[in-house]
Ligand binder design. Structure first.
Ligand code: URA
Length: 249
């Protein structure tokens, strides 16, 4: 990793603004490799130098990755003047440059990846990569008897576009309502809701269960999140690379 200025490193790790950090340095609260460091603009080698504030080590992380169980009523954006955003639900995040990877509607729950790794987000969202997304939905209405094969063929949406072949599993049907699991290999705007309409139904509840190799952690209540495990991070990197090769073949 390239050396980074001490104040930039501490700012990115959420220690304060540049002027607050300068002040901390002046007061002798910052140490580098055990020595008090008063120059906030000195360069730091993140791999070799130990930085401490008030005796507590500050570990630099260029990227953060969180798995959130997005609750209904919260928007998938970085800021909003009217609604709570998914980032408002992540006070433990250090970095200020995090964003949600793709969007879930305000009334959709479930798996949302939040990171500042733009290259990963690009790969996961690229229409060429066909990253699988699995949704659980409750529908109002009665599905046509050939719904599974219609979805497998691809549905014509209200604007005339056709969906890629997808997998529909009917989990439960009862008196004009049903519960389905839908696996999509693309991510059109409001896709599940529009597919439901194309089948003569209406979504009354929607939850994303997985995206690529990431699966919603059932231990996370709506609104809760946790950092990705090392295992999950590895899977994301490896599976995305594999997928890239598959598609380019
Ligand atoms: N499809 C939708 O209709 N809404 C979502 O939030 C996600 C997929």
């Amino acid at each position: 990793m390239k050396p980074i200025r001490l104040d930039k490193l501490l700012g990115e790790m959420g220690a304060g603004t540049r002027s607050q950090i300068k002040e901390m340095a002046k007061k002798g609260r910052i140490r580098v490799n055990g020595q008090t460091e008063k120059k906030a603009d000195r360069k730091i080698d993140q791999d070799a130098d130990l930085v401490e504030i008030d005796g507590k080590p500050v570990v630099y992380e260029a990227f953060e990755y969180y798995l959130m169980n997005k609750p209904s009523g919260v928007i998938s954006a970085t800021e909003d003047s009217r609604h709570t955003t998914v980032l408002d639900l992540l006070p433990q995040a250090k970095r200020k440059d995090l964003f949600p990877v793709g969007r879930l509607d305000i009334d959709t729950e479930g798996l949302l990846l939040i990171t500042n790794d733009g290259a990963l987000a690009h790969r996961l969202l690229s229409p060429k990569k066909h990253v699988d997304k699995v949704y659980l939905a409750s529908l109002k209405g009665t599905l046509p008897t050939d719904a599974v094969s219609q979805v497998k063929e691809g549905l014509i949406l209200e604007d005339g576009t056709k969906t890629l072949p997808a997998d529909l599993e009917i989990l439960h049907e009862e008196k004009g309502t049903c519960q389905i699991r839908l696996t999509l290999h693309e991510g059109k705007f409001h896709q599940v809701k529009r597919m439901a309409i194309a089948l003569g139904c209406e979504v009354t509840y929607l939850k994303r269960l997985s995206m690529g190799p990431l699966t919603l952690d059932e231990g996370l209540k709506p609104g809760e999140s946790r950092p990705l495990t090392l295992e999950e991070r590895k899977k994301l990197m490896v599976e995305e690379d594999d997928h890239e090769q598959d598609i380019s073949r």
